[in-house]
Design a protein around this ligand. Sequence first.
Ligand SMILES: [Zn+2]
Ligand SMILES: [Zn+2]
Length: 204
Amino acid sequence: MTTSGGLKRNPTELTARWSGRACAAGSVLEKISLVPINGVGSGFCERLAPCLEERFFHKFAIEKPLTLSPTQANLTRGQFFLNTVFNRLLAAYPARDGFLLGIMASDLYKTSHPFIYGDASDTDRVGVVSTFRLRPEFTNEAPNDDALFQRTLKECVHALGHSFALKHCHNTRCAMYLSHSVFDIDAKLTYFCDACDKRVRANR
Ligand SMILES: [Zn+2]
Ligand SMILES: [Zn+2]
């Protein structure tokens, strides 16, 4: 028998709270640009954009695709280093006027982490999500576009949460829960819990 360790798991507490709320201060919200990288299609990002707009109320745009050469990956690991991708994104779109979120098909790692699903920098206004390990085929499941889309959406919400200075959340149903596997990702929702939602509002 397992327990949730006393954590809140009530889905009713995790319903989106953004609905119908414009920016309270009336200021213009920062634009968020989605960048397809290395094998992710623009159409996939175009599907993500309205789902993210619904959750964040920021305007989302799709940038032209970016290709990172395999020679820019860590050749031993066959993975891209997170900061390399951040730097390439920032260099490739110097005129951007908001936050950049790359969606890449290549595998990703960072210092002390053998792999990551994604991450973001709230100071540099850049983030990236990798679909490499989100594909059902990676765990020997049948291809499933909907599963891939939902997992990617959750990790985009997670990465954007970091861009609003959110830390990881202990609530296993919250999008800010740190997922160690796709099973963790499948178990969480595409929204923040109440506590994280309040923090995002405060940090906007
Ligand atoms: Zn995280
Ligand atoms: Zn949370």
